[in-house]
Design a protein around this ligand. Structure first.
Ligand SMILES: NC(=O)C1=CN([C@@H]2O[C@H](COP(=O)(O)OP(=O)(O)OC[C@H]3O[C@@H](n4cnc5c(N)ncnc54)[C@H](OP(=O)(O)O)[C@@H]3O)[C@@H](O)[C@H]2O)C=CC1
Ligand SMILES: O=C(O)[C@@H]1CCC=N1
Length: 274
């Protein structure tokens, strides 16, 4: 069993750990470094994994280290891991938005195998979507190892051109929040029209779930699925025409561009640091 350490035990680490354990990975093979005492307590209680305040202790025996800290924290954590990284030469997997492979190589060491990936929070229930990109030091066996870890979180796709990782972030890493926001808006609209909030939320959330399952399980084009809902001159057509008049495609394209741009900016901000 691969020994796996997470540096940072926040939202995304929790989602990945939850997904891994659900596929039968033994808790004893996972350790986490988390500075907050309450965070460590919760991780230990919820997952039965070993939790440490110090990164070095969590990573001590790891073959794979998942870097799950905020992008801004990333440049500051290599120092305490340096000796261990040179000695053990583990596979590093970064999940940080924006942070490029060349930056990770600069901070952690040019000779190390590094995978940059972008998962999302549905990993917690094994329904995540992850894009992965490897540097030249990653062996085929390590590539398979990274894929195996992220497969536990759901669907995986390798991305050859690293510059597209910011697009991946914009359409899958960040995107669960877009669907949550849409359900929030549907709920609010229904409540305004008089539907009880609990009923509105349940109907909107289940519809999101059902549409998602149809998209992923039917193998059909989203446009075909949409057309099947849309009776000529019916209610759906009225709603879609309203979306179109308000420029839904343009709104979405602008949001995706904003998220993509922010990924590039996050990396540039780190380059600008002394
Ligand atoms: N949330 C999401 O949906 C997704 C996030 N990501 C990426 O995952 C990474 C983590 O994001 P997220 O989980 O949301 O953030 P969180 O803030 O929830 O998690 C980061 C964790 O790292 C801890 N931490 C801070 N400093 C250090 C340190 N020096 N050493 C070890 N741990 C430290 C934080 O502790 P403390 O709270 O005490 O600061 C926190 O628990 C980010 O880089 C993000 O871009 C990628 C895909 C999706
Ligand atoms: O919002 C963010 O920056 C992180 C990356 C993708 C999802 N959450």
């Amino acid at each position: 069993m691969t020994r796996l350490a997470f540096i940072g035990g926040g939202n995304m680490a929790r989602s990945l750990i939850g997904g891994l354990l659900k596929t039968g990975v033994a808790p004893a093979t996972i350790s986490v470094a988390e500075p907050r005492a309450e965070g460590r307590q919760e991780l230990g209680r919820d997952f039965g994994i070993a939790c440490y305040a110090e990164n070095r202790l969590a990573a001590a025996e790891a073959e794979v280290i998942v870097l799950a800290v905020k992008p801004q924290v990333m440049p500051s954590i290599h120092g305490e891991l340096q000796d261990l990284l040179q000695r053990q030469r583990p596979l590093l997997i970064s999940i940080a938005a924006g942070v490029r492979l060349d930056q990770l190589e600069r901070w952690f060491g040019t000779g190390l195998p590094i995978v940059r990936c972008m998962p999302n929070t549905p990993a917690l229930i094994g329904a995540g979507a992850t894009g992965l990109c490897a540097n030249g030091r990653v062996s085929p066996a390590q590539k398979a190892q990274a894929q195996h870890i992220l497969d536990a979180a759901g669907l995986t796709r390798w991305i050859d051109d690293e510059t597209l990782m910011d697009t991946v972030t914009a359409i899958s890493g960040s995107a669960p929040a877009y669907f949550f926001a849409l359900v929030e808006a549907l709920e609010e609209a229904a409540v305004t029209q008089g539907l009880p909030r609990e009923t509105a939320r349940a109907l909107a959330a289940q519809t999101c779930f059902g549409a998602g399952r149809m998209l992923t399980e039917s193998g059909e084009d989203p446009a075909v699925l949409r057309q099947r809902v849309t009776s000529p001159h019916g209610t759906t057509q009225a709603a879609l025409e309203s979306f179109s008049a308000d420029g839904l495609s343009r709104i979405v394209a602008r949001a995706v561009a904003a998220a993509t741009r922010r990924g590039v900016e996050l990396a540039a901000e780190l380059d600008a640091q002394p």
